[in-house]
Design a protein around this ligand. Structure first.
Ligand SMILES: [Zn+2]
Length: 173
């Protein structure tokens, strides 16, 4: 039986070490977790797990994405509870988000629009190693969608980020 209680699933994900460049075990866990579900098409592309659910309206696609790696441990590799709060490496950034993606992928069996899930490695290191870039370089269609939500922690706020950079040169006379 697959665990779908979010806090237990997050605890399980924290207990799998996944420092950047060492994501094999967690990627296998995610691919295995999503396997054998009739409504899901799952592909493993190097260390990226890509899963799609066809929606009732196939003309629109919502993408949910999250990185599976963490920074190096610092005495926090083992998940622990304080009351009903879960602590541990990557609990917030972003194994909690990965747990939500996994639960949605398993339970959203008949969504309004297509859903695309991308679990990718190497986000917590230099941008040139980023797994999303790798996926884009393999086939940019993997990232095609009408809207994308990255489940990074924002304390519950919607943050419209990653919209480019403005560089200004200011002259004061
Ligand atoms: Zn993050």
């Amino acid at each position: 039986m697959k665990e779908i209680e979010l806090i237990k699933l997050t605890e399980r994900l924290i207990s799998i070490p996944s420092e950047s460049f060492n994501e094999n075990t967690i990627v296998d866990f995610i691919a295995d977790y999503l396997s054998e579900e009739d409504h899901l098409k799952v592909e493993k592309i190097n260390n990226i797990v890509y899963a799609v659910i066809e929606g009732r309206d196939r003309s629109k696609t919502l993408c949910l994405a999250g990185h599976v790696d963490t920074v190096p441990p610092n005495g926090n590799a083992v998940p622990r509870y304080e009351g009903d709060r879960l602590f541990g490496l990557g609990a917030v950034d972003m194994k909690g988000g990965i747990a939500i993606m996994l639960k949605l992928a398993l339970t959203a069996t008949n969504p309004n629009c297509n859903l695309k899930f991308i679990f990718y490695p190497r986000e917590e290191v230099d941008n040139k190693h980023n797994g999303l870039k790798e996926l884009y370089s393999i086939d940019k269609d993997y990232l095609n969608c009408d809207a994308a939500i990255l489940l990074e922690p924002t304390n519950g706020y919607i943050e419209a980020g990653c919209q480019g950079v403005i560089k200004l040169r200011v002259y004061i006379a």
